[in-house]
Design a binder for this molecule. Structure first.
Ligand SMILES: [Zn+2]
Length: 220
């Protein structure tokens, strides 16, 4: 039997989220999504420990199959220009899909979404406005950004090797282990970066990497 909204919300830690961010309220929704809207107030620090405090008007949509699907967010106060990191439909571009997915698989709560994904994005905008650069570096758009993220995730030295890591993660473990390790060591994956690949394959599933691989190859 499907979970009742009450059970879902308890698991998502909705109540905690609303208590911690009292500017957010549950807003009317025209479908199954849970909509949270209002002022999101936060304090965040840059790499030098310098603290910033700010607040944005936001609207979050949480799909009923969260965390399988990632929530989306919009900034509704008109502060964030369309030229800043945004997707179609004025949605905020919160990061590489796999990065968001990994965070939410490991901690599937709304607190995690707000504090590890949304606030870092908003902080990035606040910081960028003040300093004309992003606080922790930034990803490129499209494929470049995805490959850049995969390179750091797998510890690959370049984007070609990053794509090969995605490919071996999309294969069954026993086939993947016989392939040459994408890091270029000359050893087989099974005798090189297999732990890292197996760990990520277990967390996200082979089909996730297959989907990412196809989507990257389609756009190349
Ligand atoms: Zn290796």
């Amino acid at each position: 039997m499907a979970d009742t909204p009450r059970e879902l919300y308890a698991r998502w830690r909705l109540q905690d989220t609303l208590l911690r961010y009292p500017g957010l309220r549950i807003a009317p929704s025209t479908n199954d999504d849970l909509v949270l809207a209002g002022e999101l107030h936060f304090r965040a620090a840059d790499l030098n420990g310098l603290t910033f405090e700010d607040q944005y008007e936001v609207e979050l949509r949480v799909p009923s199959d969260f965390p399988r699907r990632t929530p989306t967010a919009r900034e509704t106060g008109g502060r964030i220009a369309p030229t800043f990191h945004k997707l179609e439909g004025d949605l905020l571009c919160l990061g590489a899909r796999t990065e968001l997915r990994l965070l939410l698989v490991q901690s599937p709560t709304l607190i995690t979404f707000v504090e590890r994904i949304l606030i870092p994005y908003l902080f990035g905008h606040t910081y960028f406005t003040a300093h004309k650069r992003m606080p922790f570096g930034e990803l490129e758009h499209g494929n470049e950004g995805l490959l850049q993220h995969f390179a750091s995730l797998f510890g690959a030295s370049d984007r070609v090797s990053a794509l090969e890591f995605v490919r071996v993660a999309s294969l069954r473990r026993r086939f993947a282990n016989k392939r040459a390790c994408p890091c270029g060591s000359g050893r087989r994956l099974g005798r090189c970066h297999n732990r890292k690949v197996n760990h990520l394959r277990e967390l996200l599933g082979r089909s996730w990497f297959l989907k990412e691989l196809r989507s990257i190859e389609r756009e190349q």
